[in-house]
Ligand binder design. Structure first.
Ligand code: GDP
Ligand code: MG
Length: 229
């Protein structure tokens, strides 16, 4: 390491700390706004391809008849996921982050600028597919889900503990494929509990609908608890 690198290191840390501090302030403001508006906000984090959009498509379709729902979805590029989610009929907005591997509170705030969130019961936010970056950024949500598809292997909680530590609920997705890929559910459960004792774990398949009733019951309960707080 040369002397310039040694000198610039503390400044980098400082800049990063300031960015996170600023993000926390906006996230806190957003959370208060959501609470005042009576909207329950759920975010989803996971690696790319683990089934966030498919899970949200199912969730929106199931909730739409009885609740006012909307979604924001983050990706580096394309409007593909917004197009998929919009098929549910719910208001949907894509946030494209360019080179950024996570959503930040300010992006959520800007995306909601022309929406009346008081007209919503639930707002879902699909984060950029990444098991590292999103864990550092509060985006004002009430509930953070971390999804782990059975095709990713049981050891991911051990390899990426921070994302499991900053989420409220873990969801195993693509359960219809569990047998085919010999996913060891007991081992996966055990790995999550080693990283995060007591964490709630749900199991779903967006393809067959398995586990969606349990998920919606959990969501309704979490929403009622929040409303009563
Ligand atoms: N068999 C099966 N495939 C799924 C399921 N959920 C998602 N997929 C597939 O997995 C791929 C990635 O899903 P997507 O929802 O785009 O994941 P995202 O990148 O996390 O949003 C797509 O080809 C989906 O059709 C599921 O429950 N079962
Ligand atoms: Mg997606």
């Amino acid at each position: 390491m040369n002397s310039t690198a040694v000198i610039s290191q503390p400044r980098l840390v400082e800049v990063r700390r300031n960015i996170l501090k600023q993000n926390d302030l906006v996230a806190r403001e957003l959370r208060q706004r959501f609470h005042d508006a009576g909207v329950f906000v759920v975010s989803l984090v996971s690696s790319p391809g683990s089934g966030k959009t498919a899970f949200l498509e199912r969730t929106l379709a199931l909730l739409r008849p009885n609740y006012r729902v909307a979604a924001l979805v983050g990706d580096l590029a394309t409007e593909n996921d917004a197009a998929r989610l919009a098929r549910s009929g719910a208001p949907v907005k894509q946030i494209t982050t360019g080179t950024l591997c996570h959503l930040e509170a300010a992006m959520i705030k800007a995306a909601l600028d022309d929406w009346n969130i008081g007209e919503l019961d639930y707002l879902f936010i699909e984060n950029v597919g990444n098991l590292v970056c999103p864990s550092s950024y509060d985006i004002g949500e009430d509930l953070r889900l971390v999804l782990l598809s059975v095709t990713e292997g049981e050891d991911k909680p051990l390899k990426y503990p921070t994302i499991f530590n900053t989420a409220d609920v873990a969801i195993f997705t693509k359960m219809d494929l569990a047998r085919a890929v010999e996913f060891d559910l007991a081992a996966a459960d055990g790995n999550i509990l080693r990283v995060r004792p007591g964490m709630c774990v749900l199991r779903v398949s967006s393809k067959t609908g398995e586990g969606m009733d349990e998920w919606l019951q959990f969501l309704a309960l979490a929403g009622r608890r929040q409303a009563g707080s």
